[in-house]
Design a protein around this ligand. Structure first.
Ligand SMILES: Nc1nc2c(c(=O)[nH]1)N[C@H]1C(S)=C(S)[C@@H](COP(=O)(O)O)O[C@H]1N2
Ligand SMILES: [Mo]
Length: 316
């Protein structure tokens, strides 16, 4: 694998300065949830986060923002963990629109502003568990994917949701040149009932600020009970479909990465154990602590029923 050392660029230089959202007032939502969103005008003048935690948040200590924004997987910007932070500043995130098509009553292309207008953003602290054995705890700012899907009115024949990332080689160095680690666009998918689960969110921010490009600006999926690669970044298309859609990592190595990719400490990756994980920020090298990995990444109470009766070894 080609490894390049990226130039050292301060994170303040690579954060998009555009801001899509004005500060919103804290609202009390249904089900006793306190929902809120407050996004700063820019990183340099970041307002303190006044959002109230969603009922779906963990109370674990968040990973340091510097770690969550400098140790990334976003192969469109390179395969090294430092590449996205070094290269993603070139991504133009405004204007942005998402095509929503397939088996829906109301297909169309929505701008990011259209998508966000009717939603109330919530702060939700979720674990993101990567398949290679590391995890982070990130305060996301987002809204349930179900809210967007309901707006476009899925037809009865829709069984899966397919997602696509931007293809723009001029801005994405991983999409040009001799070494192309993946085929583009990066694609992912969920079963419709998984996509409608309230834990599945579309995030537009983290740490009370708009998403840094390296974390998937301006809109990315977060599915906290699945391995990290399901959480597709910089989404430009969402399609409702009848058949299970192709997914990037399964297309590359189907014996290693399945469609479901639920975090499961009992089902090893063919090349490594999935029983433990390293929490980013908790020591490194010889001093790295390892934690036991939890079934469904700790969200079993909420999501296990989605898979009742399924053989999770066969459906990895
Ligand atoms: N488009 C796109 N989305 C992607 C990836 C990618 O390479 N391209 N990498 C995935 C993987 S493997 C992980 S672990 C997470 C990492 O998200 P983070 O960098 O915000 O922690 O993004 C996922 N989403
Ligand atoms: Mo990953």
């Amino acid at each position: 694998m080609l490894i390049r050392r990226p130039p050292d660029i301060a994170s303040s230089e690579i954060t998009p300065h555009s801001v899509y959202l004005a500060r919103r007032d804290i609202l009390a939502g249904g089900l006793g949830l306190a929902l809120a969103a407050a996004l700063p005008q820019s990183r340099a003048h970041a307002d303190p986060l006044s959002a109230v935690k969603s009922a779906y948040s963990t109370d674990e200590t968040p990973t340091r923002r510097e770690d969550a924004t400098s140790y990334n997987n976003f192969y469109e910007f390179g395969t090294d963990k430092a590449d996205p932070a070094a290269n993603a500043g070139a991504l133009k995130v405004a204007p942005w629109s998402v095509k929503i098509d397939g088996l829906v009553g109301k297909p169309g292309t929505l701008t990011l502003e259209d998508i966000l207008k009717p939603v109330t953003l919530e702060e939700r602290i979720y674990r993101l568990r990567c398949v290679e054995g590391w995890s982070m705890v990130i305060p996301w700012v987002g809204f349930p994917l179900a809210a967007l899907l309901a707006r476009v009115e899925p037809l009865g024949s829709a069984k899966y949701v397919a997602f696509e990332t931007l293809v723009r080689p001029e801005e994405m160095p991983g999409q040009r040149g001799l070494f192309q680690p993946l085929s583009w666009p990066y694609v992912e998918g969920l079963r419709l009932d998984e996509a409608m689960h309230p834990l599945a969110i579309l995030a537009t921010g983290m740490y009370g600020e708009t998403l840094p490009a390296q974390n998937g600006a301006p809109l990315r999926l977060v599915v906290p009970w699945k391995y990290g690669f399901k959480s597709i970044k910089s989404i430009v298309r969402i399609s409702l479909v009848e058949e299970q859609p192709p997914t990037t990592w399964k297309a590359l190595a189907a014996d290693e990465y399945g469609f479901f990719s639920n975090v499961n400490p009992e089902v090893d990756h063919p090349r490594w154990s999935q029983a433990t994980e390293r929490r980013i920020g908790e020591g490194s090298g010889l001093f790295a602590k390892r934690r036991p990995t939890l079934m469904f990444n700790g969200y079993a109470d909420q999501v296990a029923q989605l898979y009742s009766g399924m053989d999770l070894r066969a459906n990895y």
